[in-house]
Structures are given as structure tokens and as C-alpha cells.
Design a protein around this ligand. Structure first.
Ligand code: FES
Length: 571
């Protein structure tokens, strides 16, 4: 076996070797731990500002048990943690920054393999991106979803329930006191959002990519079997180091195609599109926006979970979880069954016997929950490089619609005008929001599912066509066109839309079109000015280098990988 990477620190017999070991010994580690056993980094996104990951120090203890059992030496280290509900301006603004932290923390420290502890939305892609650029043996472990929310005798899903109740409050149909009571009922245990929002989607992507042990996506955070999975993950990473099973052997084109198809069949978040493209970019796998439409849009949704359905992640786990969905995909010929996973087996082998215990939660291809449910990629002059819509979360009657644009230049303008009873809008209009893309917000906020005007809510209107360069929470729903690329702040056609223009959405034709002639658009473009660049700091660097949504919104200089070799190997 080749010498372990960590031995170029701990195996040295010189002054530097003394320094590497001696300072570590202040933690009480005996000398024999530096004898050449695999050093396993546990990359922890624990933070009390990231409530979805606040139990990760406990979870790490179970990983350590497994590492010790397998003869490894576990060392836990923190990286930037991104709490979706707390961070301003938006957690996505920091995804790439966190990925740099992860990449350099792994590369710069004496570790041979790494366990990624991931939960809240952006913590999963940031860790996978950073680890992929480094390419050590790597295994993922998600923190698990919260238990189902319970309120007034019924289930209450993260985010989805909030969007529904806040519209009821705005329509005068729910007292605000009741709304506040729901706060402690929605999130009542450790874990991440328990709808099929971005966190559960990305945990499912981790499993579908083959980056975790089977079952990772859905075991509730507080279920003892989550701790067991953590312990088994710790054992397995030590074996992976001995086998030199690196992340680049797992994250292949086949793995990404499996993930795209799995995302369609679980009714997963539109955010997965951006994150999967960004992760693929780090390992050098070509993945295009149109791959999502080509591979996934005609697949049925098999999983009856909010926001597309009615159940929650706890129910999904009890019904069989993602292994059952992957088995269905495999039996339908829509899974690369021989794609390698972190346990050394193929994904087909892992799910061959996966049972289903509740066919109302996990459906079959023969009797799907919804048909043609994958993400559709739209083109047209409003999105020459593409935009996305999730038909399973949209109103069928609006999937082909022509309406008058009501335009908001920024999210601040939207908030200041949407409640105005005098706003010139009816349910046939198309709400257009600009300057919420990667550069414009900056950070591409989850504001694409704009709340409807109260006067229409009171009429019983529950959905309208909405178009923006923003993202949408994975827990949200509606006929919402997202990620329009190029974005308004980059001079996309979206920047040129004016109130009163006509817009056509035709999902069957994959079209999103501004019905304004080219000469008029050219005249408007001549008047358009790009937003000013901030003077300093991360915001300046980010805006200068962030790529557009259809490319994954990674920084241009972070795309690709550099391996695990450090530039200088001694002091
Ligand atoms: Fe963390 Fe939803 S807010 S997963």
C-alpha cells in the first residue's frame, strides 16, 4: 500500500515531525496514533446559527466511534456553516465561499479521508463542491430531517406550511395569534426541513450520487438509526482510504444522470439544478441545464411529499425511503445500475431488494403520483440561456398562459407595492421580478415565488404566473419561472421588460417569451445601465466572478479541481 498522505506530516523524523505531533499531543493523543493509521477528517458544519445542523457535534461522536472501530484516527474540524433561515443577504451568497473553506481545510490539513456532515440547504453543495476539488476518499452523511410538524391535529411541513398560512393571514382567513402558535409546532425536533425542500432534496442527491451509505436521505435526525448510519459511515471511510476510493470515482457522469432522474421522481427542488451543475463542474463532468429536461422532465413523480404532495420525510423513511425510489427507477430502465457508490457496491446492488411499506407515499411507475413531473427547462427571448419551472408544483391551467406583465425592479420595490390595493393587477397578469439573480441580489435569493396581491387572495386566487431571475425555496410551490439566464443585472432581456408588455409562457413548447419586437428591445437596451460594483470585500469578489445560473453560479476561478497536493510540503 502507498504511504498515507497524513504520514508526510506525522511520519517525519525531523524537526517538522516533532512540531506536527507535539502540538497535537496537547489534546492527549498517545504517540502510537501517529503511526500510520488513516487520519479521518470530520468536516463539521455545526453551528447554533444553523439550527438544522445544531446536533452535528453529537452526530460526529457516532462517526468517531466507527472510525476508531475500523482502526482510524478521527479529527473533527469546523467549516463555514450556512443557516438558510438566518444568514443575510441569503445563504446562497456564501455557498462558494464555504466551498473554498472546505477545499482548503481538507487540502491543508493532515487527513487521508473525509466525512462530510451536511444538512441545511447550502451546507450539502458547499461541502461536496469543496471536497470534489480536492479529491480525497470522501463520504457524505446528512443530519436527517426533523420529525413531522404537528399543528391542530394535522401535519405541518417546513416552509410549505408557512407559505400557506402566511397567505391565509394576508387574506384575513387566519388570526395572527394562531399563526404564531404554529411556530413551535412546525419545528419540534432536531434536523433539517422535513418537506421535500432543498435540504431533503440534496440529501437525496447525496444518496443518488452514491456519495453516502444507503438510507441516508430520509432517516429522521432523532431516530437511533441515524446514529447507527453515522457509526457505519465512520467505519466505511477508513476502508475507503485503504481502497483509495476517491470522490472522483463516485462522481461520474452516470452518477449525475442518476441524480437528475432521482430528483424528478422525488419531486425535488429546483435548487438541485444549480447545485448539481456546480458540483459536476468541480469534478470536470460536463452537465448542462438541458440535461435536466432531457433526462428528467418526462419521468413521473413517485413520491407523495410536500410541497408536491401531502406527506413528510418521516413518512418517506417509514415507507422505504430513497432506496425504494431508486429501485423503481432501476426497474424502469432509468438508472445506471452499475454506478459505483461509497460502500464499494453498485447503486443497483444497493437497492435491489428495497421494500415499499406504503404505496400511497412511494408510488410506482405503473401507478405514479404525478406524471411528467421533472423540471422543465424553458428558452425564449426572456431566457436565451434557459430558465426552469417545476410543473409538479404548478397549476396545470397556467402552464400555457399569455398575460400582461406587472414589473418590479427589485424585491424592495415588490414589497413596497404588492399590498397596495391600487396596484393595477388581476389574476391573468404575469408578475415579473428583476435583479434577484446571482449578481443582482447578490446571491440569487429564494424570492421567486412572490406572494400574491391581497386583493386577489381575497377573491380566492391561489396562483399566478411569476417570472424572475431568482431561485425559489424547495418547499414552495406555484407556477413560477425561475433562474432566467442571463439575469437582469447581467443585461438579460429580463432587464428590459416593462409593465404592460405581454409575456407568453408555454411549458409544453418550453417557451418563455416577451412579446416585444427586436427594435423596441434594442432601444430599451441602449438605455440600460449595469448596477454599480461594490467597493470592497466578498461582495465585490463574488459579483466580479460569479457565473450565471445555467452554469451553476459557481465562481469562474473555482470551477475544476486541484487535487490534494499542497503547494509547499514543509515549513
Ligand atoms: Fe435548514 Fe430548511 S432551513 S433545511
Amino acid at each position: 500500500m502507498t504511504k498515507l498522505r497524513s504520514q508526510s506530516w506525522f511520519g517525519r523524523q525531523d524537526r517538522e515531525g516533532f512540531m506536527y505531533r507535539s502540538w497535537m499531543k496537547n489534546q492527549g493523543w498517545p504517540h502510537d496514533l501517529f503511526d500510520g493509521r488513516p487520519v479521518i477528517g470530520i468536516c463539521n458544519t455545526w453551528s447554533e446559527f444553523t439550527p438544522c445542523n445544531a446536533h452535528f457535534r453529537e452526530l460526529a461522536e457516532f462517526v468517531k466511534r466507527g472510525v476508531w472501530e475500523a482502526g482510524g484516527f478521527p479529527l473533527e474540524f469546523p467549516v463555514m456553516s450556512l443557516g438558510e433561515t438566518q444568514l443575510r443577504p441569503t445563504a446562497m451568497f456564501f455557498r462558494n465561499l464555504a466551498s473554498m473553506d472546505v477545499e482548503e481545510s481538507i487540502r491543508g490539513n493532515p487527513m487521508d479521508g473525509v466525512v462530510l456532515l451536511m444538512g441545511c440547504d447550502k451546507t450539502t453543495p458547499s461541502l461536496l463542491m469543496g471536497a470534489a476539488s480536492c479529491d480525497l476518499p470522501t463520504i457524505g452523511l446528512s443530519g436527517g430531517p426533523m420529525l413531522s410538524g404537528k399543528f391542530q391535529g394535522r401535519d405541518l411541513g417546513s416552509g410549505t406550511g408557512l407559505w400557506q398560512m402566511s397567505e391565509q393571514v394576508r387574506a384575513g382567513a387566519m388570526p395572527v395569534e394562531e399563526f404564531f402558535q404554529a411556530e413551535s409546532c412546525m419545528h419540534r425536533s432536531k434536523g433539517h426541513c422535513m418537506t421535500m425542500g432543498t435540504a431533503s432534496t440534496m440529501a437525496s442527491m447525496v444518496e443518488a450520487l452514491g456519495m453516502s451509505l444507503p438510507g441516508n436521505a430520509a432517516i429522521p435526525a432523532v431516530d437511533a438509526r441515524r446514529s447507527t448510519l453515522a457509526q457505519l459511515t465512520g467505519r466505511r471511510i477508513v476502508e475507503m482510504v485503504h481502497e483509495d476510493l476517491r470522490i472522483s470515482r463516485i462522481l461520474t457522469r452516470q452518477a449525475f444522470e442518476n441524480a437528475i432522474r432521482a430528483n424528478a421522481t422525488i419531486g425535488g427542488s429546483t435548487n438541485a439544478v444549480i447545485h448539481l451543475i456546480a458540483i459536476a463542474g468541480r469534478v470536470g463532468v460536463p452537465l448542462a441545464l438541458d440535461d435536466f429536461d432531457r433526462l428528467g422532465s418526462t419521468l413521473p413523480c413517485l413520491v407523495n411529499i410536500q410541497p408536491s404532495g401531502k406527506y413528510l420525510m418521516e413518512d418517506f423513511y417509514y415507507a422505504g425511503g430513497l432506496p425504494r425510489v431508486l429501485r423503481e427507477l432501476g426497474e424502469a430502465g432509468a438508472l445506471h445500475r452499475d454506478a459505483l457508490t461509497v460502500n464499494g457496491k453498485s447503486i443497483g446492488e444497493n437497492v435491489a431488494e428495497a421494500p415499499c411499506w406504503n404505496p400511497d407515499v412511494v408510488h410506482t411507475f405503473a401507478s405514479p403520483f404525478k406524471s411528467n413531473a421533472g423540471i422543465a427547462v424553458l428558452h425564449g427571448n426572456l431566457a436565451p440561456d434557459g430558465a426552469v419551472i417545476k410543473p409538479s408544483a404548478a397549476s396545470p391551467q397556467l402552464l400555457q398562459h399569455t398575460g400582461r406583465a406587472v414589473v418590479f425592479e427589485s424585491i424592495e420595490e415588490f414589497h413596497s407595492r404588492i399590498n397596495d390595493e391600487a396596484l393595477d393587477v388581476d389574476e391573468s397578469c404575469v408578475l415579473v421580478l428583476k435583479n434577484c439573480g446571482p449578481r443582482g441580489y447578490p446571491g440569487m435569493a429564494e424570492v421567486g415565488n412572490m406572494p400574491l396581491p391581497p386583493k386577489l387572495l381575497r377573491k380566492g386566487i391561489t396562483d399566478m404566473v411569476r417570472i424572475s431571475d431568482a431561485r425559489m425555496s424547495g418547499t414552495a410551490y406555484g407556477t413560477v419561472v425561475l433562474h432566467a439566464s442571463p439575469e437582469a443585472a447581467a443585461g438579460g432581456t429580463l432587464a428590459l421588460v416593462r409593465s404592460g408588455d405581454t409575456i407568453t409562457l408555454d411549458v409544453a413548447r418550453r417557451l418563455v417569451q416577451l412579446e416585444v419586437d427586436d427594435a423596441t428591445l434594442a432601444a430599451r437596451r441602449a438605455q440600460w445601465k449595469p448596477p454599480a460594483l461594490p467597493e470592497r470585500g466578498w461582495q465585490r469578489l463574488y459579483i466580479q466572478h460569479v457565473q450565471q445560473a445555467h452554469l451553476g453560479a459557481d465562481l469562474d476561478f473555482l470551477v475544476g479541481h486541484s487535487g490534494s497536493r499542497v503547494a509547499r510540503d514543509s515549513h
